[in-house]
Design a binder for this molecule. Sequence first.
Ligand code: ADP
Length: 545
Amino acid sequence: MLGLMQDGQLLLSTLPTYAARNHGTAEIVSNTVEGGLHRYTWADAEKRMCRLAHALRRLKVDVGDRIATLAWNGYRHVELYFAVPGIGAVCHTINPRLFPQQIAYIVNHAQDKVVFTELTFVPLLEALADHLGCVEAIVIMTDAGHMPQTALSDRFNVLCYEDILAAEKDTIDWPRFDENTASSLCYTSGTTGNPKGVLYSHRSTILHSLGGNQPDLFGAGARDCIMPVVPMFHANAWGLVYIVPMTGAKMVLPGMGMDGETLQRLMEEEGVTISAGVPTIWMGLLQYLRQSGKRLDNVERFVIGGSACPRVIIEEFDNTYGIRTDHAWGMTETSPIGSYNSPKPNWAGLDKAEVHTRQLKQGRGLYGIEMKIVDGEGNDLPWDGEAFGALLVRGPWVVREYYRSEDGPAVDADGWFNTGDVANIDPDGFMQIVDRTKDVIKSGGEWISSIELENVAVGHPAIVEAAVIACPHPKWDERPLLICVAAEGASVTREDMLAHFEGKIAKWWMPDDVVFVDELPHTATGKLSKLELREKFAEYKLPTA
Ligand code: ADP
């Protein structure tokens, strides 16, 4: 027997409609490429989304067409996030930090029909113009006064964003269709092989937003002011752009301004209460606060993820600024929130240091995500906080198959997706990433976590960034090599670093050598590129070898 309730489809167009009506005065503040702050409300935004939807149809954008964006976190990008899927097309966010050849590959793989670009990326598109055969029009996200002279006009129909909006009316009857329709597309950065497309649906996106804003997760409400520093061009800015219109929170978008000084100013002037970003961002902000002596008086919480959170971030924000750091884990393939670390009742009464230790874990799987850890043969491992193995997940916002992939399903017969991460889970359900399968150091049949060694290394005041990779060893197969970037002007030696590890790790985890470099290579998503490091140090001979 079926239930007798309505089955309204979970469509993204319902979000701006809801926000305009219920939170019409809630503000969206954007740091713009043209200069200065732009501010308007959800009532204004919704009208412009209607205009944009009409403009897209005038450009002959049809249901299912892929529409690319090359853009920062800003109001026009927000408009695209809703207007494109609103008419049944797919909003394909491209990470501009990818190698140009990878961007061309992605545009062609997705067969993007129209590209919306920020002024910043016009030169990038000019350089790729010969390789974008599928693209019919390029819309530059600015007003007539800022339109550049561009060679793109020789090849493409180049349009001005504000002009195409001005020509349209500001109301629409958003079409209704199946909630399983594709809504947006995001490619993984492809640290190995070509990038792979994850194609989200309206349903998966709305369920992820509902799941991700529970009280023990983002937990944002109408009295909050949220600043997603995590880019809208990667992993949907962790769902925040969809969560905000559900809640009526104020939203502050930093645009290109991801340096400590800009972030501190925006947070103070706009009253930011919650912000989210990767560790590099928070390390940069901490350094700025230390140097300038400035404060953050409104911020209650930082959410951190994308790579492991160094202890110094949790400690210093808590002890010096009274800000709680929530550690989260996820990936493009999980929309991206998979787990989130918030306290349980049995944390009450713990001293600060113990709380900080617990906050280093990547957190509990949220409702909607099933998790398990398995050994090499696929057998379930116990949740005892000790046993670690491959981390598998499944749920309504986890990928099933990559877009236009020839490899078939991305999951096993029971729907489990192998994350490529190695983790343990404790009896309270807190998951801790030990390493990525590819990065763990296999020493004499036992595993050493590169992440844990890196965390200890950056806890040294003279170290800005650190990476640990496996180096071949005749006796142990692999041993850890620590590669560090020292702070400007700091004098720190190999011996200082090894002494710093004493007592903080098991003896046999001690790095076999320490190397100092000027900088470490990063991927397009700002993570350490261990692949590049392994290549660079392929011939390195450990003193113990
Ligand atoms: P890519 O960098 O390959 O494009 P994602 O940005 O989706 O992909 O990265 C997902 C990966 O990032 C995860 O599988 C995990 O290895 C790593 N990651 C994400 N959050 C954390 C975290 N809090 N701690 C450690 N690793 C993390």
